[in-house]
Design a protein around this ligand. Structure first.
Ligand SMILES: [Zn+2]
Length: 502
């Protein structure tokens, strides 16, 4: 493990009014921040990185992501989630990847993240048509090889499509109803065996840089028994537990129709499964009771504002969540619903979208709150001690940004310019666990040019399969659309979308 001394750097310091420290030196040893001070001597076993007064800050943490669709940027127009998912991930055999395909698509995301200053990712990885050990291995190997820090879960529903959605069963013709009533290809037993594989083979690999997490996708997409088993697994190994909850209005309607009027948060709480390990993803259509339950449990919320706009899901109640002290992390969600894998753009949207939700501008997010969510908030969600901070002993997941770039010319207010002006172009260097893994916009650990050429040709050859899979879903569209419109007409006692203009 190389040791490093950063000389003459300014540190991001959100406790200060201007958000930045005086120039100093920072020592990295054994993958962690070892010492911060003035005029530190460079050790004989240390590489010297001259900072020239530039900004050293924690790497950004992509708190919620699905690498499974890294090759599908821009493939779909804006669509509501329920219709989007119909086309995004049909469980068709023609979409089954080879291990190499899974490796390459995962690596594309790693390259993009590392080069723009994202040092860690929580991958809620789903598998089409179902997870298999060699595909899981390919995904994990890409994370190991790339040098990024990753938590990876297997996001796989195990109930039938009709159990996940309201109304649809009454709308579809009998033959389609029979098809949509079939259980998913993977049983709870299969999935738990695959978790055994994931955890025993990969959890803690690359000196702890690559770890497992658990995921049920969403409460309505699994049986209560499997949901409980995952919680036990999460507790046993101290793993984050990823759960999409109340992303859409239709999911609020689901609670009214299927859960006796309980919300999916209340349903999860009634099962006793809300916990501080839980990452509640989206939390848009939540009410005060839901937020009180989440706050009491210690769970955190993963906010994905670009995806929420791309799919028209709605706006998360940022201030109500912050006021309750619920920690927030930020995420891209996925490369088919953002469609960049760029946390700077996520931060910018998070910094702006909530301005539409309150007349009193005192409630609008401050740049420092947004930066905190993308750094310490992500570290907390990942359950990695110190991650996202510059404290001594914290993992050395750091990015060095040129303060000479146009982003900071002139430097007026560092936190605001990081959130509203930066897009990744100022990132000079990306370090993960003490190792420089990207420099001057290039990932260093892999043959970037060869990987990109191979990926380009492979995904070109797969485009017909993607088009065929989409076409195979076309005859379902009318029913899904009807279901969606029916749900949108229901009064759910709250609004999270901008009302139609008048
Ligand atoms: Zn998601």
């Amino acid at each position: 493990m190389p040791n490093t001394l950063f000389r003459n750097v300014c540190l991001l310091d959100l406790s200060r009014e201007d958000g930045v420290s005086a120039p100093c030196d920072l020592r990295v040893r054994d993958g962690r921040i070892a010492e911060i001070g003035a005029d530190l001597a460079v050790g004989s076993d240390e590489a010297l990185i001259e900072g020239h007064g530039d900004l050293l800050m924690p790497g950004l943490i992509n708190g919620h992501f699905h690498s499974s669709v890294n090759h599908m940027k821009g493939r779909l127009p804006g669509l509501p989630l329920e219709i989007f998912m119909l086309y995004e991930c049909p469980e068709l055999d023609i979409l089954r990847p080879t291990p190499r395909e899974a490796y390459l698509r995962t690596m594309l995301g790693c390259i993009e993240m590392l080069e723009n200053g994202t040092t860690a990712v929580q991958d809620d990885c789903f598998f089409v048509p179902e997870p298999e050990p060699d595909i899981i291995d390919a995904v994990m190997q890409a994370y190991v090889d790339s040098g990024i820090r990753a938590r990876v879960a297997l996001d796989q529903p195990e109930v039938a499509e009709l159990e996940k959605l309201p109304y649809l069963g009454d709308l579809v013709p009998p033959d389609l109803k029979a098809e949509l009533s079939k259980r998913s290809g993977s049983t709870a037993e299969d999935l738990l065996a695959l978790y055994d594989h994931l955890i025993s083979k990969w959890h803690g690999q690359a000196a702890g840089r690559v770890q497992a997490a658990v995921s049920c996708s969403a409460p309505q997409r699994v049986t209560p028994e499997y949901f409980r088993s995952l919680d036990e697994l999460s507790r046993k190994h101290d793993l984050p537990f990823y759960v999409h909850i109340l992303e859409t209005r239709l999911q609020r309607v689901f609670g009214n129709e299927r859960l006796g009027g309980r919300s999916l948060v209340r349903y999860t709480a009634d099962l006793g499964l809300l916990s501080e390990r839980m990452n509640i993803i989206h939390a848009i259509w939540v009410d005060d009771d839901d937020l009180d339950l989440i706050a009491a449990s210690g769970a955190q919320i993963a906010h994905n504002p670009n995806s929420n706009l791309r799919l028209g899901s709605g706006i998360m109640p940022f201030r109500a969540i912050r006021d309750r002290g619920i920690p927030i992390c930020l995420g891209v969600d996925e490369a088919i619903a953002d469609d960049a894998i760029n946390m700077w753009s996520v931060m910018k949207t998070a910094g702006m979208i909530h301005s539409l939700t309150a007349t009193d501008f005192a409630h609008w997010p401050q740049a420092k709150e947004v930066l905190e969510a993308a750094t310490t908030g992500g570290g907390r969600a990942m359950r990695v001690a110190g991650l996202g901070t510059l404290e001594t002993g914290a993992p050395a997941d750091l990015i060095l940004l040129s303060l000479d770039s146009l982003t900071f010319l002139p430097l007026n207010n560092l936190p605001r310019q990081l959130v509203h002006c930066e897009n990744g172009r100022s990132v000079r260097l990306t370090m993960v666990a003490g190792e420089v893994v990207a420099k001057d916009g290039h990932a260093l650990r892999i043959d970037r040019k060869a990987i990109m050429a191979e990926a380009r040709s492979l995904f070109q050859s797969r485009s017909k399969a993607l088009a065929d899979a989409s076409a195979a879903m076309d005859d379902r569209l009318a029913y899904y659309r009807q279901m969606y419109l029916q749900a949108m007409e229901q009064d759910v006692g709250m609004e999270r979308r901008v009302p139609a203009f008048r």
